[in-house]
Ligand binder design. Structure first.
Ligand code: PRP
Ligand code: URA
Length: 209
Protein backbone atom coordinates (compact mmCIF):
# COMPACT_ATOMS: atom_id res chain seq x y z
CA UNK A 1 0.00 0.00 0.00
CA UNK A 2 1.30 3.51 -0.84
CA UNK A 3 2.09 5.90 1.99
CA UNK A 4 -0.41 8.51 3.13
CA UNK A 5 1.10 11.71 4.53
CA UNK A 6 -1.23 14.14 6.30
CA UNK A 7 0.51 17.38 7.25
CA UNK A 8 0.24 18.45 10.89
CA UNK A 9 2.75 21.29 10.62
CA UNK A 10 1.42 24.45 12.33
CA UNK A 11 2.18 26.65 9.30
CA UNK A 12 0.10 24.40 7.04
CA UNK A 13 -2.76 24.11 9.55
CA UNK A 14 -2.82 27.90 9.92
CA UNK A 15 -3.03 28.43 6.16
CA UNK A 16 -5.68 25.71 5.72
CA UNK A 17 -7.83 27.50 8.33
CA UNK A 18 -7.72 30.73 6.30
CA UNK A 19 -8.28 28.81 3.05
CA UNK A 20 -11.54 27.35 4.42
CA UNK A 21 -13.07 30.66 5.44
CA UNK A 22 -15.90 31.85 3.20
CA UNK A 23 -14.57 35.40 3.72
CA UNK A 24 -11.17 34.66 2.13
CA UNK A 25 -10.85 36.60 -1.13
CA UNK A 26 -10.00 35.00 -4.47
CA UNK A 27 -6.53 36.59 -4.42
CA UNK A 28 -5.84 35.26 -0.92
CA UNK A 29 -7.25 31.85 -1.83
CA UNK A 30 -4.89 31.54 -4.81
CA UNK A 31 -1.90 32.68 -2.76
CA UNK A 32 -2.69 30.21 0.03
CA UNK A 33 -3.03 27.27 -2.39
CA UNK A 34 0.35 28.26 -3.83
CA UNK A 35 2.00 28.51 -0.42
CA UNK A 36 0.54 25.29 1.01
CA UNK A 37 1.62 23.42 -2.12
CA UNK A 38 5.17 24.72 -1.68
CA UNK A 39 5.28 23.59 1.96
CA UNK A 40 3.95 20.14 1.00
CA UNK A 41 6.65 19.80 -1.65
CA UNK A 42 9.27 19.65 1.08
CA UNK A 43 7.97 16.21 2.09
CA UNK A 44 6.32 15.03 -1.14
CA UNK A 45 9.48 15.58 -3.21
CA UNK A 46 11.85 14.08 -0.65
CA UNK A 47 12.90 11.24 -2.98
CA UNK A 48 13.20 13.17 -6.25
CA UNK A 49 16.03 11.98 -8.47
CA UNK A 50 19.27 13.97 -8.30
CA UNK A 51 22.01 14.29 -10.83
CA UNK A 52 25.66 14.98 -10.02
CA UNK A 53 27.11 18.21 -11.38
CA UNK A 54 30.46 19.92 -11.07
CA UNK A 55 30.35 23.37 -9.45
CA UNK A 56 33.19 25.84 -9.16
CA UNK A 57 33.06 27.66 -5.84
CA UNK A 58 35.31 30.72 -5.24
CA UNK A 59 37.65 28.24 -3.50
CA UNK A 60 37.67 25.06 -5.60
CA UNK A 61 35.79 22.77 -7.98
CA UNK A 62 33.43 20.32 -6.27
CA UNK A 63 30.75 17.79 -7.06
CA UNK A 64 27.18 18.69 -6.05
CA UNK A 65 23.71 17.21 -6.51
CA UNK A 66 21.00 19.00 -8.46
CA UNK A 67 17.46 18.01 -9.39
CA UNK A 68 17.15 15.98 -12.55
CA UNK A 69 14.35 18.38 -13.54
CA UNK A 70 13.43 16.75 -16.81
CA UNK A 71 12.60 13.52 -14.99
CA UNK A 72 9.49 15.03 -13.40
CA UNK A 73 5.99 15.57 -14.77
CA UNK A 74 3.36 17.57 -12.91
CA UNK A 75 -0.21 16.72 -13.95
CA UNK A 76 -2.99 18.99 -12.63
CA UNK A 77 -6.58 17.76 -12.87
CA UNK A 78 -8.49 20.64 -14.51
CA UNK A 79 -9.68 22.95 -13.40
CA UNK A 80 -8.84 23.24 -9.72
CA UNK A 81 -5.52 21.36 -9.94
CA UNK A 82 -4.19 24.30 -11.96
CA UNK A 83 -4.17 26.29 -8.71
CA UNK A 84 -1.39 24.05 -7.36
CA UNK A 85 0.89 24.13 -10.44
CA UNK A 86 2.75 27.36 -9.59
CA UNK A 87 3.58 26.16 -6.10
CA UNK A 88 5.05 22.98 -7.55
CA UNK A 89 6.94 24.74 -10.33
CA UNK A 90 8.41 27.23 -7.85
CA UNK A 91 10.16 24.20 -6.33
CA UNK A 92 10.89 22.25 -9.55
CA UNK A 93 11.04 24.86 -12.32
CA UNK A 94 12.08 22.46 -15.09
CA UNK A 95 9.29 19.93 -14.55
CA UNK A 96 7.15 19.10 -17.58
CA UNK A 97 3.42 19.79 -17.18
CA UNK A 98 0.61 17.56 -18.47
CA UNK A 99 -3.11 18.32 -18.19
CA UNK A 100 -6.13 16.11 -17.58
CA UNK A 101 -9.57 17.71 -17.88
CA UNK A 102 -12.25 16.05 -15.76
CA UNK A 103 -15.51 17.35 -14.36
CA UNK A 104 -17.81 15.68 -11.88
CA UNK A 105 -21.40 15.19 -12.95
CA UNK A 106 -23.31 17.02 -10.21
CA UNK A 107 -26.01 14.34 -10.02
CA UNK A 108 -24.14 11.06 -10.40
CA UNK A 109 -20.79 12.43 -9.05
CA UNK A 110 -19.13 10.38 -11.84
CA UNK A 111 -16.03 11.99 -13.45
CA UNK A 112 -16.16 12.85 -17.18
CA UNK A 113 -12.98 13.37 -19.16
CA UNK A 114 -12.79 16.25 -21.65
CA UNK A 115 -9.06 16.83 -22.21
CA UNK A 116 -5.75 15.06 -21.88
CA UNK A 117 -2.24 15.96 -22.92
CA UNK A 118 0.71 14.29 -21.23
CA UNK A 119 4.44 15.00 -21.75
CA UNK A 120 6.52 12.52 -23.77
CA UNK A 121 8.38 9.65 -22.06
CA UNK A 122 5.74 9.57 -19.35
CA UNK A 123 6.79 6.02 -18.46
CA UNK A 124 10.22 7.29 -17.31
CA UNK A 125 9.08 10.21 -15.20
CA UNK A 126 8.13 10.76 -11.59
CA UNK A 127 4.54 11.98 -12.01
CA UNK A 128 2.86 14.26 -9.48
CA UNK A 129 -0.91 14.51 -9.89
CA UNK A 130 -2.45 17.66 -8.40
CA UNK A 131 -6.01 18.35 -7.29
CA UNK A 132 -6.94 20.39 -4.20
CA UNK A 133 -9.99 18.21 -3.40
CA UNK A 134 -10.23 14.42 -2.94
CA UNK A 135 -13.96 13.94 -2.33
CA UNK A 136 -15.46 10.64 -3.60
CA UNK A 137 -12.07 9.96 -5.20
CA UNK A 138 -13.68 9.41 -8.61
CA UNK A 139 -11.68 12.14 -10.37
CA UNK A 140 -8.31 11.15 -8.89
CA UNK A 141 -8.89 7.44 -9.64
CA UNK A 142 -9.95 8.21 -13.24
CA UNK A 143 -6.98 10.55 -13.83
CA UNK A 144 -4.49 7.99 -12.53
CA UNK A 145 -6.18 5.19 -14.55
CA UNK A 146 -5.63 7.36 -17.60
CA UNK A 147 -2.00 8.14 -16.79
CA UNK A 148 -1.27 4.44 -16.22
CA UNK A 149 -3.00 3.54 -19.50
CA UNK A 150 -0.51 5.90 -21.19
CA UNK A 151 2.44 4.17 -19.52
CA UNK A 152 2.86 6.24 -16.32
CA UNK A 153 4.38 4.15 -13.52
CA UNK A 154 5.78 6.30 -10.72
CA UNK A 155 2.84 8.36 -9.49
CA UNK A 156 2.19 10.54 -6.42
CA UNK A 157 -1.02 12.41 -5.64
CA UNK A 158 -1.14 15.76 -3.81
CA UNK A 159 -4.28 17.48 -2.50
CA UNK A 160 -5.25 20.17 0.00
CA UNK A 161 -8.24 18.42 1.60
CA UNK A 162 -9.39 14.80 1.52
CA UNK A 163 -12.54 13.05 2.68
CA UNK A 164 -12.08 9.57 4.21
CA UNK A 165 -14.28 8.15 1.42
CA UNK A 166 -11.99 9.52 -1.32
CA UNK A 167 -8.83 8.47 0.47
CA UNK A 168 -10.14 4.88 0.77
CA UNK A 169 -11.26 4.78 -2.88
CA UNK A 170 -7.90 6.06 -4.13
CA UNK A 171 -5.88 3.67 -1.96
CA UNK A 172 -7.99 0.70 -3.07
CA UNK A 173 -7.82 1.57 -6.77
CA UNK A 174 -4.14 2.58 -6.79
CA UNK A 175 -2.31 1.00 -3.84
CA UNK A 176 1.05 1.88 -5.42
CA UNK A 177 0.42 5.66 -5.29
CA UNK A 178 1.73 7.75 -2.37
CA UNK A 179 -0.82 10.33 -1.24
CA UNK A 180 -0.01 13.72 0.33
CA UNK A 181 -2.85 15.70 1.82
CA UNK A 182 -2.69 18.90 3.87
CA UNK A 183 -5.75 17.99 5.93
CA UNK A 184 -8.09 15.02 6.33
CA UNK A 185 -11.71 16.11 6.85
CA UNK A 186 -14.72 14.39 8.43
CA UNK A 187 -16.99 13.20 5.63
CA UNK A 188 -18.92 13.95 2.45
CA UNK A 189 -22.37 15.51 2.52
CA UNK A 190 -25.35 14.29 0.46
CA UNK A 191 -24.17 16.40 -2.52
CA UNK A 192 -20.67 14.90 -2.46
CA UNK A 193 -19.05 18.00 -0.93
CA UNK A 194 -16.36 17.64 1.70
CA UNK A 195 -17.45 18.63 5.25
CA UNK A 196 -16.25 21.02 6.62
CA UNK A 197 -14.19 21.44 3.43
CA UNK A 198 -13.82 24.78 1.69
CA UNK A 199 -16.64 24.67 -0.87
CA UNK A 200 -15.98 24.29 -4.59
CA UNK A 201 -12.24 24.77 -5.10
CA UNK A 202 -12.51 25.47 -8.85
CA UNK A 203 -15.18 28.11 -8.33
CA UNK A 204 -13.18 29.80 -5.56
CA UNK A 205 -9.98 29.82 -7.64
CA UNK A 206 -11.54 31.01 -10.88
CA UNK A 207 -14.43 33.20 -9.72
CA UNK A 208 -17.23 31.06 -11.17
CA UNK A 209 -19.32 31.01 -7.97
C1 PRP B 1 -13.66 19.05 -8.20
C2 PRP B 1 -12.25 18.91 -7.66
C3 PRP B 1 -11.91 17.48 -8.04
C4 PRP B 1 -13.22 16.78 -7.90
C5 PRP B 1 -13.21 16.02 -6.62
O1 PRP B 1 -13.65 19.28 -9.54
O2 PRP B 1 -11.36 19.85 -8.17
O3 PRP B 1 -11.41 17.35 -9.36
O4 PRP B 1 -14.25 17.78 -7.86
O5 PRP B 1 -14.36 15.25 -6.50
P1 PRP B 1 -14.32 13.66 -6.54
O6 PRP B 1 -13.23 13.23 -5.66
O7 PRP B 1 -15.69 13.30 -6.00
O8 PRP B 1 -14.17 13.23 -7.97
P2 PRP B 1 -14.98 19.56 -10.40
O9 PRP B 1 -15.51 18.28 -10.95
O10 PRP B 1 -15.95 20.38 -9.58
O11 PRP B 1 -14.46 20.35 -11.63
P3 PRP B 1 -13.75 21.80 -11.69
O12 PRP B 1 -12.38 21.64 -11.12
O13 PRP B 1 -13.74 22.09 -13.13
O14 PRP B 1 -14.56 22.77 -10.87
N1 URA C 1 -15.04 19.32 -5.26
C1 URA C 1 -14.82 20.48 -4.60
O1 URA C 1 -14.32 21.45 -5.18
N2 URA C 1 -15.18 20.56 -3.32
C2 URA C 1 -15.72 19.52 -2.65
O2 URA C 1 -16.02 19.66 -1.44
C3 URA C 1 -15.95 18.32 -3.35
C4 URA C 1 -15.59 18.25 -4.66
Amino acid sequence: MGNVTVFDHPLIQHKIAILRSKDTTRKEFRELVDEITMFMCYEALRDLPLTEVEVETPITATKCNMLAGDAIAVVPILRAGLGMVNGLLNMVPNAAVGHIGLYRDETTLEPHEYYCKLPPRIDERQIIVLDPMLATGGSAVAAINFIKAHGGKKIKFMCMIAAPEGMKALQEAHPDVDIYCAHMDERLNERGYIVPGLGDAGDRLFGTL
